[in-house]
Design a protein around this ligand. Structure first.
Ligand SMILES: Nc1ncnc2c1ncn2[C@@H]1O[C@H](COP(=O)(O)OP(=O)(O)OP(=O)(O)O)[C@@H](O)[C@H]1O
Ligand SMILES: [Mg+2]
Length: 364
């Protein structure tokens, strides 16, 4: 069992206030094993950068303890923490060449000239920028600068790398290429990485685990598939991917199913994930791709709902259909574009249903 003692990075009941009044990080507990790629994902102002800054040593925790390899970081001076960092604005030194930029962290660590040259060359090759050693940052494209920033964070072979939205300023294609390169490098070199983004796709595709932040707290910490398939509360369900939400009251709980009476009067089956008792209000959340309208494929005794087709959008690989269901006009279903898949027509009345386990009753 991984706990604060044997974790490589651990936050133990960490709180942070900048003004002595408002907590922007509230009781944060997090343990990372060596080599893990962990992403902090959350809306603006939720405390992600603050956590990174505390780990880097640029901010101190107001309460609690942060440990690196079992040692409280308060006892390690920042330059001895062996942490590589990449931030959104690349912050390369403009007056230095690429090679000089990379050599700098090695000089700080008092490495000899030949060692420096060898490490710089290797780091540049790693990000496929070997031919650019003599250029200055202003003579590089945004993506090339970002690769250099990455190489500079890795050149001294840190055990821990912190990245704060390093790809935010780049176009989609370059972002995707670098996402792939960063995770590959981190895994190849066995580097432990804390990555910050508010791009959920980036978080899901890159990470071993994702910590979803909201309001200074981790709302859920889980591998990408678990986060998507098994959100623990309605914030996570709404924040990760697309979700349909219906509201109602718990009418009955029996084992791993509950019956929810929706505000529209309809009753549906759901999985009671985050509900306590009968009579409590709840939000049920259903992924658009888990809704079935083909009668033959519906669970025999699942409750079904009547729906009116409002909009049908052909998206190539999938069909996206918006429905009026149980008092909402925003219910979306997605179906795969297969030869036998019916194309729905606005105005058409259909019946929809789902497996009870795909419909999660979460906190109201
Ligand atoms: N140096 C500071 N002094 C005072 N308040 C700060 C400081 N830095 C951040 N804050 C506040 O702390 C809260 C968390 O900020 P933080 O930068 O950690 O958020 P974030 O999750 O990184 O957001 P974003 O996605 O916008 O980068 C915000 O309310 C912010 O205004
Ligand atoms: Mg930030």
């Amino acid at each position: 069992m991984l706990d604060a003692q044997n974790a490589f990075v651990a936050f133990d009941r960490v709180q942070k206030s900048y003004d002595g009044e408002n907590l922007v990080v509230k009781d944060l507990n997090l343990s990372m094993p060596k080599g893990e790629f962990l992403t902090m994902l959350g809306p603006s102002g939720s405390g992600k950068t603050t956590c990174l800054m505390m780990l880097a040593g640029f901010e101190t925790a107001t309460h609690g303890d942060i440990t690196l390899d079992g040692v409280s970081i308060n006892n390690i001076p920042p330059h001895k923490r062996g942490i590589g960092m990449v931030f959104q604005n690349y912050a390369l030194f403009p007056h230095m060449t690429v090679a000089e930029n990379l050599s700098f962290p090695l000089e700080v660590r008092k490495m000899g000239k030949s060692t420096r040259e060898e490490k710089v060359k290797r780091a540049l090759d790693m990000v496929q920028m070997g031919d650019f050693a003599g250029r200055r940052p202003a003579q590089l494209s945004g993506g090339q600068q970002q690769r250099i920033a990455l190489a500079r964070a890795l050149v001294f072979e840190p055990e821990l790398v912190l990245m704060d939205e390093p790809l935010g300023a780049l176009d989609k294609q370059l972002r995707e290429t670098l996402q792939f390169e960063i995770t590959n490098l981190a895994h190849e070199l066995g580097i432990t990485t804390v990555y910050v983004t508010h791009d959920q796709t980036e978080a899901l595709t890159m990470s071993d685990r994702v910590a979803v932040f909201d309001d200074g707290r981790i709302q859920q910490l889980a591998p990408p598939d678990e986060l998507y398939e098994k959100p623990q509360n309605s914030f996570v369900a709404q924040f990760i991917g697309e979700n349909n939400t219906l509201e109602g009251v718990i009418q009955e709980i029996k084992g791993d199913t509950c019956i929810v009476k929706l505000d529209s009067g309809d009753t549906i089956d759901a999985l009671p994930v985050n509900v306590a008792e009968v009579g409590e209000r709840t939000k049920v959340s259903i992924r658009p791709e888990r809704v079935e309208f083909n009668r033959d494929r519906l669970h025999a005794d699942a409750h079904t709902l009547k729906a009116e087709v409002l909009e049908f959008i052909y998206m190539g690989d999938i069909f996206r259909t918006r429905l009026r269901v149980a008092g909402t006009d925003e219910f979306v279903i997605k179906t795969r574009n297969a030869p036998d898949q019916a194309r729905l027509v606005p105005g058409e009345m259909i019946e929809i249903g789902w497996m009870p386990q795909d419909c999660r009753a979460l906190d109201a």
